[in-house]
Design a protein around this ligand. Structure first.
Ligand code: PHE
Length: 335
């Protein structure tokens, strides 16, 4: 057999057995037989090159290298193929390595993410999370909060009344206009010391624009105990702002008025060269403590209420509150 013939039959056999190898073991056996460095058919071919006449050596050597390269390439390709081939779990038709169908898992709404983070921060400060109903009576939304009958906040045009008091309904019902209702509900049910936050939706018939909606989210905070002071309030709000904004931002109080707190403040945090308004707060009015059956001589408390959306908009650079309620996937998928 001349060299050309033995090269051809080597190549044919090698390619056939590489092609036939269905497992990594079989492929390895083919490698040893056809490409092994110490023994095997390649080694035999190489040995036979010794007897080639000197003038033919360069040509035959070149052929030898070509064939060796082709067989090596075929072997490597097969190896890649076997490695990336789907593997079936033993005894199953289910191929765990097939790519998925690309279903997106969905995400929490950006406001929900903010709410969870708020509750988390407040939990670290010892504030439990409470919930209250969105449909309220006038006692919890106004009366117990020291908002008298003739107060402008009770104007039917500024609230979403669902029913008026009649012999049938007995009590008027409305969509709550603030989460301060949960202060009352909590104090009615529990004794101090109290530390709670309550996050939820509130409703006001405002003109909708980039910063106002007729439905929005507030977080209410309430702390009641034997010696709760304005200093406690400022400390908690400072810690909250620092935890959310991730830097030691100063908090500022400005005098304000709410029927259910005395004194009352608006509080801001430092943002760049200015101040960002975050919400209202104050010391729980003694009338409110009394309405809930507490003795204002023995306990004091602070309360605050802040809007959620503003924080979320600030963090993500969202310029219009309406985005939150439009359920536009291209918006929601960014968070
Ligand atoms: N309820 C007030 C509002 O909605 C905010 C507030 C809460 C103020 C608690 C003082 C104390 O504007």
């Amino acid at each position: 057999m001349d060299h050309e013939q033995s090269f051809a039959s080597y190549e044919q056999d090698a390619l056939k057995s590489i092609e036939a190898a269905a497992t990594a073991d079989a492929l390895e056996a083919a490698r040893i037989e056809f490409l092994g460095k110490k023994q095997g058919r390649l080694k035999d071919l190489q040995g036979a090159l010794g007897s080639v006449p000197v003038d033919q050596k360069p040509a035959v050597g070149k052929r030898f290298n070509e064939i060796k390269d082709r067989v090596t390439a075929a072997w490597e390709q097969k190896k890649l193929m076997l490695e990336s081939a789907p593997k079936k779990a033993a005894g199953s038709e289910f191929d765990v390595t097939l790519p998925g169908a690309g279903l997106s898992l969905g995400k929490l709404h950006p406001l929900t993410q903010t709410i969870e983070e708020f509750k988390d921060i407040m939990a670290r400060l010892g504030f439990e999370s409470e919930e209250g109903p969105e449909v309220e009576d006038e006692w919890h939304n106004f009366v117990a909060l020291n908002i008298p009958e003739d107060h402008p906040a009770r104007n039917p045009l500024d609230n979403f009344y669902l029913s008026v008091a009649s012999t049938v309904t007995k009590e008027a019902r409305l969509l709550r206009s603030q989460t301060s209702t949960v202060q009352i509900r909590t104090m009615e049910q529990r004794q101090p010391p109290i530390r709670i936050v309550s996050v939820g939706r509130v409703y006001r018939p405002d003109q909708i624009d980039a910063t106002h909606h007729m439905m929005f989210h507030q977080m209410e905070g309430l702390m009641v105990g034997p010696d709760v002071t304005m200093a406690s309030l400022k400390t908690v709000l400072q810690l909250f702002a620092t935890a959310y904004l991730g830097e030691n931002v100063p908090v500022r109080f400005r005098p304000s008025f709410f029927p259910f707190t005395e004194p009352s403040v608006e509080f801001d945090v430092r943002r760049g060269n200015g101040w960002l308004e975050l919400g209202g707060a104050g010391m729980v009015d003694p009338n409110v403590l009394s309405a809930c059956g507490y003795d204002p001589e023995k306990v004091s408390g602070f309360a605050f209420g802040l809007g959620i959306a503003r924080f979320c908009m600030m963090r993500h650079g969202i310029d219009d509150i309406r985005h939150f309620y439009e359920n536009e996937l291209r918006f929601l998928q960014q968070f």
